[in-house]
Design a protein around this ligand. Structure first.
Ligand SMILES: [Zn+2]
Length: 301
């Protein structure tokens, strides 16, 4: 890593780290964006951040651990607009992380009573949920990869009944022999079939997730995940951390503050880029460093 940055960390009295939306970025393959909207359609939009996470490789954990180690003896705070669970699980100092958009590692209920704050998932539930989402990803990928062979000779679409041989062809109700249809019609039918398979898998994922998360002891409603994609997002999940953050920030006035902006999109002011620019403008002793490419930056630490 750059010597200059090491020295800046050394000399700073306080360090503020901001993780932007780039840490959640995912490039959708064929059918994956449809699969994301299917989560919404079946009423589990709160599974989207975990879904994105399972589409990506875990490329951040090690870099985040190195950063936490590097800041070990500093007075620091981390704010993350990204919902990446690697950030949640990094061993930051106790009470020095705020994730205002939430993270899938916490569950919540819709009753949102003050005394029922969102709580972290235990490891067993987190693992089970991850496995359920992985099964969904596997279905989406098999349907998607089948779709990419549309033009190959002999390809008849994603209907599993066709894939399983002639005996089960009748299960593909109403579609019949797609090969005899004109191309645009056949393609449209195949697309409908692919989408249906994904919607079915999304419904199955919903049932699995509800089973894993269980029901609220108070109101009996099924638990969901504490992320901003949840239409009943419970802000109690980050409120205490937010209070600690603003208090910490007010203590940075007139101190040598180093701001590290990592993976924030300059076009989106949001929680990181806009506020960091403002803080550095107001604090004349501060230094603002921006690193747009989070993967490279964390990788080189
Ligand atoms: Zn409840």
């Amino acid at each position: 890593m750059e010597k200059e940055l090491l020295q800046e960390i050394e000399e700073a009295q306080m360090v503020l780290v901001g993780f932007g939306e780039a840490l959640d970025a995912v490039e959708f393959q064929k059918m994956e964006s449809y699969a994301e909207s299917a989560l919404n359609e079946v009423g589990v939009s709160w599974l989207a951040p975990l879904f994105w996470e399972r589409l990506r490789e875990d490329i951040y954990s090690k870099g985040l651990e190195r950063l936490a180690k590097l800041l070990e003896h500093k007075n620091y705070f981390v704010i993350s607009q990204a919902q990446n669970s690697a950030i949640f699980q990094t061993k930051w100092r106790e009470g020095r992380l705020v994730m205002p958009y939430g993270c899938w590692r916490k569950k919540q209920c819709t009753c949102m009573e003050d005394e029922i704050v969102p709580t972290p998932l235990d490891d067993e539930a987190a693992k089970a949920l991850t496995r359920a989402v992985d099964s969904y990803v596997a279905v989406v990928r098999s349907v998607g990869s089948f779709a990419s062979h549309d033009n190959d000779a002999g390809s008849v679409g994603a209907c599993s009944a066709f894939k399983n041989g002639s005996e089960t062809q009748n299960e593909c109700a109403g579609i019949g022999n797609l090969e005899s249809l004109p191309d645009p019609v056949r393609e449209a039918m195949e697309e409908i079939q692919r989408r249906k398979e994904i919607t079915d898998a999304a419904n199955e994922l919903k049932r699995a997730a509800e089973g894993i998360l269980g029901k609220c002891e108070r109101c009996g409603a099924p638990y969901t995940l504490n992320v901003i994609q949840n239409k009943n997002y419970d802000m109690h999940g980050y409120q205490l951390d937010w209070e600690r953050y603003t208090k910490w920030l007010s203590g940075s006035v007139n101190r040598k503050l180093l701001l590290l902006e990592i993976g924030a999109d300059e076009r989106i002011p949001g929680l990181i880029h806009g506020p960091f620019a403002k803080i550095s403008e107001l604090n004349l002793k501060s230094t603002l460093r921006t690193y747009a490419n989070a993967i490279d930056w964390l990788g080189n630490l």
